[in-house]
Design a protein around this ligand. Structure first.
Ligand SMILES: [Zn+2]
Length: 244
């Protein structure tokens, strides 16, 4: 099941890259990012918006093969559809097309997300449209080319069930670090994670080297935040997220 979370752009930034807060929410507008770079996933696009996108563009949701991340509440009139009507009446959804992601899965996740939004905002399936509908742009490119047929995509939306209600994932994860070459190095990093972050940590021997494994975090969002803390504090060069 898709994980849904929010990483909302601050209102002070949102006012500069939207038309305001009176979105009529009549349409759900489907896009693809067109960014095939490795790592150009939902998290990366959400961070881009959160940090203050330098382009004159904004969108409510980005979805990849793992999760959907919301950047703007639906009342914002995001700049995504290329026309005044599309921007002021549409909820903009970007499907990620990063080459290290699973496109089919991302499309399925988008269908689940859209089913959820339709229900919450009372929007019908005939108002789920392509970016192309408003501006004529060739977007969503792969869906328009039939990589997944548009009619099939609409069927996925109709058939979506188990639509998550809470914005927090409930899967459990741990972080495993890369190796440390000395006991002293691993001890000091583990100690800092315990004291500074208050985490449970375990030291594991790996041949002549050592690794740190953390206790569990609930939700992809929580574990990704924890990973960022480790990297920001430079406590490990490499980290891996493990499903529990
Ligand atoms: Zn688009």
């Amino acid at each position: 099941m898709i994980t849904i979370r929010q990483k909302l752009v601050a209102a002070s930034k949102a006012v500069m890259i939207t038309n305001g807060q009176h979105n009529k929410k009549k349409y759900i507008v489907v896009h693809e990012t067109d960014n095939t770079n490795i790592g150009a996933d939902a998290d990366a696009h959400a961070r881009l918006q959160w940090n203050g996108n330098s382009r004159q563009a904004s969108w409510h949701w980005q979805v990849d093969d793992q999760e959907a991340v919301q950047s703007f509440e639906h009342f914002w009139e995001c700049w995504g559809a290329g026309t005044y009507q599309g921007n002021t009446e549409g909820i903009q959804i970007e499907i990620c097309v990063n080459q290290d992601g699973n496109y089919q899965k991302a499309v399925q996740n988008a269908a689940q997300l859209i089913a959820k939004i339709m229900k919450e905002e009372n929007i019908s399936i005939d108002h789920v449209v392509q970016h192309h509908f408003f501006s004529g742009k060739n977007c969503p490119r792969n869906l328009r080319a039939g990589k997944v047929k548009w009619s099939q995509f609409l069927d996925m939306i109709r058939q979506a069930h188990d639509v998550p209600k809470t914005p927090i994932g409930t899967n459990k994860y741990r972080i495993l670090t890369g190796t440390y070459s000395t006991k002293q190095a691993v001890d000091s990093a583990a100690q800092l994670m315990k004291i500074r972050f208050g985490w449970l940590v375990y030291i594991e021997q790996d041949g002549a080297y050592y690794r740190i494994k953390t206790g569990t975090f609930t939700g992809l969002s929580a574990v990704k935040q924890a990973e960022t803390k480790i990297k920001t504090a430079k406590l490990a060069q490499l980290t891996y997220i493990l499903d529990v």
